[in-house]
Ligand binder design. Structure first.
Ligand code: HEC
Length: 170
């Protein structure tokens, strides 16, 4: 036992040095790469997750040809249906008001009016939700105003799309 103790201690110290050295070598690099990676992933998720389709003015009409600095600022084009008229929120403003943890909690619990696919937010992993938060906060602040929700019977004051299923004429 005593014979092996010094070797053990030497190995432990070497291990410690190696660990510390490795941490110093890669710590900053890996950390920075991870932050960039998650912003990039957030950009990707927002794009393929369809968030821009409603939350970015003109995105559908221009087939996605809208510069990133106009993404997710909310829209004055309402969605009208039996629920009244809803307006896609300004996500740039909303996400700035909440920490990453608050955002994860909201995304996992919120149930909005249509046509927001709130169930898709719930289906995302926590890592993906955090990536979206990081990406949205990497965009400049934007306070673009969005009209308030108008309940049924209150005529919308801005242009709107009517969500009304119609049966084909037979
Ligand atoms: C089909 C249109 C549509 C799509 C696609 C869409 N949204 Fe929405 N979103 C809306 C509308 C409309 C509202 C406002 C709903 C309301 O007033 O109840 C909304 C509201 C929200 C809210 C506010 C929730 C709350 O509790 O206040 C968040 C957050 C949100 N959307 C995030 C997203 C994200 C992230 C994506 C992409 C994964 C997305 N939305 C895709 C239309 C859409």
């Amino acid at each position: 036992m005593t014979r092996w103790a010094p070797i053990g201690i030497a190995a432990l110290s070497l291990g410690g040095i190696l660990t510390i050295t490795t941490f110093h070598w890669t710590g900053a690099g890996v950390g920075a790469a991870t932050a960039d990676d998650s912003i990039e992933r957030g950009r990707y998720l927002v794009k393929i997750g369809g968030c821009n389709d409603c939350h970015t003015p003109g995105y559908l009409a221009k087939a996605g040809d809208v510069p990133e600095h106009r993404w997710l600022v909310g829209d004055r084009l309402g969605f009208n249906g039996p629920w009244g008229t809803t307006y896609p929120s300004n996500l740039r403003r909303l996400l700035r008001t909440m920490s990453e943890d608050d955002w994860v909690e909201l995304a996992q619990t919120t149930k909005t009016r249509p046509p927001m696919p709130w169930f898709n937010l719930r289906a995302m992993t926590e890592a993906d939700l955090r990536a979206i938060h990081r990406f949205v906060l990497s965009l400049p602040a934007d306070d673009n105003p969005v009209p308030d929700y108008a309940p049924p019977g209150h005529p919308p004051k801005t242009p709107y799309i009517v969500f009304e299923p119609r049966a084909p004429k037979s």
